[in-house]
Design a protein around this ligand. Structure first.
Ligand SMILES: [Zn+2]
Length: 318
């Protein structure tokens, strides 16, 4: 609409100059109507854009209370998982993750499970269907523990290594108050020269005190896992009764919390090509169930509550 170079002026000049003399009057008339039309529309638009407050104030009542959007919060499982991971991060561990669907090789074979081990039974392990023709080591399954991440971490990084692996795992369990086909674990692995069982005990004792309070004591019981030798179950003094005996600890004063052990030299054979020579290095590994720790910590008696998504349950942890 500018007088000199505006589009309207340009059209006006081009059309009017180009029109034959006998038509100039009609062209001028039409051009005038176009000009009026444009000016009216621009004026209306400007009025709408520049004066919204006047239009809006008729329906906006700023004295009404606003809409409250509640803040989300961490799920108790994630919260516990992060607490455990942070204890080990403070000790210099890095965090590793791996796939939830693994070939048998990473979930069992490279962790020293013999070919006929009962853990592979379909009553314990969820396999991907239609793989009967594949060799056992290539068959895909939903990982039954986070331990395959240890194998993957050792293949990716030469020793020394200190790594924790948090994540989701699956077992062919029927859901009840203490079982779920999906649950979570945090595993750890430390490999270096001269790592001994004392290092394992010291590390886990420190971790349990960080998680459950400096008053808890730990004790180690002989156990068995295919990928560690020797293996141990770790118990801590009941953090509810302090060891005197109560319902939570079934009057024993102790609560079993995790499994651990020195990495079996057979496991190192599978990653020997990346510098894990069992004659020169040693290491320890440990693993704990996140649901179990969370249930003990908050006094939750049904594991299913974690997965039902009931806000009344979840908001108690916000
Ligand atoms: Zn107790």
């Amino acid at each position: 609409m500018a007088r000199k170079n505006g589009i309207l002026s340009q059209i006006n000049d081009t059309w009017l100059k180009g029109a034959p003399n006998q038509n100039k009057k009609d062209v001028g008339f039409i051009l005038n109507r176009i000009k009026q039309n444009v000016e009216q529309r621009v004026a209306a638009t400007l009025k709408f854009v520049l004066t919204p407050a006047i239009e809006v104030s008729s329906f906006l009542d700023i004295t009404l209370p606003g809409i409250h959007r509640p803040l989300g919060a961490e799920h108790p499982i994630i919260k516990t998982m992060r607490e455990v991971v942070n204890v080990f991060r403070a000790l210099g561990y890095s965090v590793a993750e791996g796939p939830e669907i693994e070939p048998d090789y990473y979930n069992f074979e490279a962790l020293n499970f013999p070919p006929n081990h009962p853990a592979r039974d379909t009553q314990d392990t969820l396999f991907v269907s239609g793989q009967e023709k594949k060799q056992q080591r290539d068959r895909l399954l939903l990982r039954t523990h986070t331990s395959p991440v240890q194998v993957r971490a050792m293949l990716a990084q030469k020793p020394p290594i200190r790594v924790v692996a948090p994540g989701k795992v699956h077992r062919a369990d029927t859901a009840d108050a203490t079982h779920s086909p999906i649950f979570h674990q945090v595993e750890g692995l430390a490999v270096d020269t001269n790592i001994t069982f004392s290092d394992l005990k010291g590390t886990l004792d420190h971790a349990m005190k960080s998680l459950f309070g400096s008053a808890v004591k730990t004790r180690f019981y002989p156990s068995f896992f295919p990928f560690t030798e020797p293996s141990a179950d770790v118990q801590i003094t009941c953090f509810k009764c302090g060891g005197k005996g109560c319902r939570l600890c079934k009057n024993s004063g102790w609560i079993e919390l995790l499994g651990c052990g020195m990495v079996d030299p057979n496991v190192f054979k599978f990653v020997e090509s990346n510098g894990y020579d069992a004659r020169k290095i040693s290491g320890f590994a440990f693993g704990m169930g996140v649901e179990r720790i969370t249930m003990l910590k908050y006094g939750i008696d049904d594991i299913q509550l974690f997965y039902q998504g009931d806000v009344r349950f979840l908001e108690q942890f916000a």
